[in-house]
Design a protein around this ligand. Structure first.
Ligand code: NAD
Length: 410
């Protein structure tokens, strides 16, 4: 079985045991509503035919229309999409959005395609799935390898079949029915959750030492937020390499530098740093914000951080999770820590349906409130049940989905 699928099911069953869910209910909750697999064939710029495979897994709709990202990456396959769709069901429930969970993707490396080819792939994918998605059914959003431009093409193609329907997809450009604050939302949410975790442990955020893996959408906005809160980002890695400065890295300057340099490597005034060194760094907070599966049984022993905030999806494997628990590392799980993105996607959908635009201040205050309230719910549940935060988050999310399923009837 796919590694990430196995790990997620392990976390599911820990929570299901606490909720006393029957075997039949577990099977019902884990079985996706619908798995869509389609051919996506386009003509490339050189006139050749190229055929790709596109997926959309609609996992659960008991709490509302299904919601989840669209990923363009060579590693996309049916198992990965199912894992991520299931994670979305628990995530939307943890932050109590009126949504179920879904995920989709095309198995393709977008860096090998021209803008025109990317547009044709997106439009072709919409041609194949438009009847099965929509504002009241399933609403895609950006994920790895896709962005606001891809969402704009998605929206435009969907509207050729269904008329004006901006709420059919979120993460659109602000100039085309997108929401203020959507781009920064996941990183900002990670920042607010980090601040809440430190506050709960009576540790000031000012001067807290932080190591971050990834300086893309999530990592860069999280770094900016934490820098503004006067935390010290001392270590950072990305695809180009890593940097270390015990006095704290100047994030505004790094943002400018990374734009032209293409990444963080060789940022002046810093030593270089590997991923392994970053994960084992002597810091207060470790934030993996790049890839899944980076903490394993092999390297979890070396973690010296007191708090680990899962900004990426699935960065900690279950055996690593046990090691971190034994070392008293506080792990804040992905389904809570990175839920800021789907939360502002929800605000975008609401604005599209109301034909009324919110300003950035309003988006931020509503996001901060949802993140703070959700953190408190999970924190209280963890204290009450004497379980780690991950188990508490799964108990909260799965419990809500199970109750909605039971109340709705089968
Ligand atoms: P992104 O593509 O914008 O950035 C990814 C970052 O990871 C880049 O800085 C890249 O250089 C770095 N990276 C890649 N390989 C690396 C490696 N081997 N070592 C160190 N760094 C490496 O992606 P993103 O949108 O920031 O997403 C990051 C993670 O957060 C993913 O797991 C994604 O599923 C998750 N996530 C994203 C959102 C969102 O709204 N963007 C929401 C929820 C979860």
């Amino acid at each position: 079985m796919h590694d990430s699928l196995t790990s997620q099911q392990a976390y599911f069953h820990q929570a299901a045991d606490i909720l006393n869910l029957s075997q039949n209910m577990r099977v019902l909750l884990l079985t996706p509503q619908r798995e869509i697999k389609v051919q996506v064939a386009i003509e490339r710029d050189n006139g050749e035919i190229a055929t790709y495979v596109g997926y959309r897994v609609q996992h659960d709709k008991s709490r509302g229309p299904m919601k989840g990202g669209l990923r363009y990456h060579p590693a996309v396959d049916a198992a990965e999409v199912l894992t991520l769709a299931t994670l979305m069901t628990w995530k939307t429930a943890v932050v109590n959005l009126p949504y179920g969970g879904a995920k989709g993707g095309i198995s393709v490396d977008p860096r090998t395609l021209s803008a025109g080819e990317l547009e044709r792939i997106t439009r072709k994918f919409v041609d194949e799935i438009h009847d099965m998605v929509g504002p009241d059914k399933d609403i895609p959003a950006p994920d790895m390898g896709t962005n606001a431009q891809v969402m704009a093409w998605f929206n435009n193609q969907y509207e050729k079949f269904h008329g004006h329907q901006p709420a059919c997809v979120t993460g659109k450009p602000v100039e085309l029915h997108g929401s203020e604050g959507r781009e920064e939302a996941t990183g900002r949410g990670v920042g607010t959750i980090t601040a809440a975790t430190l506050a709960e442990h009576r540790q000031p955020i000012k001067g807290a030492k932080i190591a971050l893996q990834g300086f893309g959408n999530v990592g860069s906005f999280a770094a900016r937020y934490l820098y503004e809160q006067r935390a010290k980002i001392v270590g950072l890695t990305d695809m180009t390499g890593g940097i270390w400065n015990p006095e704290g890295i100047a994030i505004p300057e790094l943002l400018d530098y990374a734009k032209t340099a293409g990444g963080v490597a060789d940022f002046p005034g810093c030593d270089s740093l590997t991923n392994e060194e970053l994960l084992a760094a002597d810091v207060d907070v470790l934030i993996p914000a790049a890839l899944g599966g980076v903490l394993t049984a092999a390297n979890a022993k070396s973690v010296r951080a007191k708090y680990l905030i899962e900004a990426a999806n699935g960065p900690v494997m279950p055996d690593a999770d046990e090691i971190l628990l034994a070392k008293n590392v506080v792990v804040v799980p992905d389904i809570l820590a990175n839920a800021g993105g789907v939360t502002v996607s929800y605000f975008e959908w609401v604005q599209n349906r109301q034909h009324f635009k919110w300003d950035l201040t309003h988006v931020r205050s509503q996001l901060d409130k949802i993140m703070a309230d959700s953190f408190q719910r999970v924190w209280q549940l963890a204290q009450e049940k004497k379980v780690p935060l991950r188990t508490a988050a799964y108990v909260l999310g799965i419990g809500r989905v199970a109750r909605a399923t039971t109340l709705g009837g089968i």
